[in-house]
Design a protein around this ligand. Sequence first.
Ligand code: FAD
Length: 477
Amino acid sequence: QPVIYWFRQDLRLSDLPALKAAAASGCPVIPCFFIDDETPGEWAPGGASRWWLHHSLVALGKEISQKGGRLVVRRGDSRKLLAEVVEETGAQAVYCSEAYEPWNRELQRVLSADLEQANARLHCHEGSLLFHPDAIRNKAGQPFKVFTPYWRHCRELGIAAPGGRQQLSRGRFHQHRLQGLKPAEWGLLPESPNWADGWLDHWTPGAKGARASLNRFTKGALDGYSEGRDFPALNGSSRLSPHLHWGELSPRQACAAILDADSAGDSDQQKFIAEIGWREFNYHLLYHHPHIPERPFKPRFEQLPWADSQARLGHWQQGKTGYPIVDAGMRELWHTGFMHNRVRMVCASFLTKHLLLPWQWGARWFWDTLVDADLANNSCGWQWVAGCGADAAPYFRIFNPVLQGKRFDAGGDYIRRWVPELGALPDRYLHAPWEAPADTLAEAGITLGDHYPEPMVDHREARAAALEAYDVLPSGD
Ligand code: FAD
């Protein structure tokens, strides 16, 4: 009798405990993936994520066929599709990696019961995190709400080494005749306009691409990462986030490779591991507070008097705020499906504090446009910046976009790359073009309001308005 391996956010064949368990069952394995836009409801993958998923599935399918198997891809409701596959094959066991989004947890619960009814079993194994969110508790037995003690506790437990690379030897796949959809029928790629044209120049989705990125990073930017990661013009971070989201690489594999890299100093290695720690912490928060994609972790923030302006949102989305560092970030996002972490913070702060628009609006836009869109990291990232998250930046920390630009893009390379119409402005005016004298603007060929927008809001006025809005909130944590 065959067993089913149900791939979800674990699109790899190595360091995958659930796949190892499927192989250890001694039964031939049928690998499946279901493109399910129904069960996640409003959290079905956004456009950029779907683009990534398409290419990642192609890569996974290729890897499986090289090992003599065939990946079955179907589209629809996971519960219905899994029941069909179980019935068509007579499988008595389904293996998968645990997933932590609220809808995924509910799905696991329901499927477990469904399969039991059909005399089969769902075997759910950890595989996407270093630490199960439920296994980490403080001395009072409660989940953590603050990163530092959380991560200290995790580090004391130690990070397990990855399992071997080869989870399935050749010939362990079942030679089935199940019907599946061809890539052209998956409906994951943009049609017209094809906004992802050229993205394969930036990204190589799939486990092989993930290993190549990890390799490049350990041999390059890891050395100096703790400083370099903050400068958007440098290629100073790993760009592993979409690979980690789709599980093309496990966090154990990433950590092991970083700790093995002798080219890097201890502080760079530890800084990287701590960033993986933030990912773990965000999953811990999502697991214990499943409402955080929609509602603030700190309930008093529900009363913040947000503005309501689609027009303002549109300027921000299109990178037309008149603040060069914000516009560069929003355009990088649109053109590549990625935005540098420092700039994510600046853009998110601008939306929530300068424009006073709800953080959920920004999170939604990121959800649709980021190739690494991830429910835990995105929700917590936005709540952190907006000041309403667990262990968040205090609300009154309002980034000054001009100073952020001057500090982290002093030479203006990042801004010139993404906002080319400002290219000829001297560095000293690049971060605040409205301060440039008329003749300097003219020499650079710029008329504000024509070639490049006037600033949407004045920083000082916007800051004062944000602080005033905050004062309305009931006091408390
Ligand atoms: P590196 O610096 O190389 O870090 C290595 C890995 O650590 C990353 O791949 C990521 O998995 C993890 N990591 C790094 N920084 C963070 C962080 N601050 N929080 C959680 N994990 C982190 N990350 C996502 O993966 N998906 C999202 O949807 C997402 N949305 C965000 C929204 C906002 C408003 C903010 C401020 C941050 C968001 N982040 C998100 C976190 C962070 O910006 C990205 O993980 C990081 O920029 C990815 O680039 P990298 O892989 O080069 O990171």
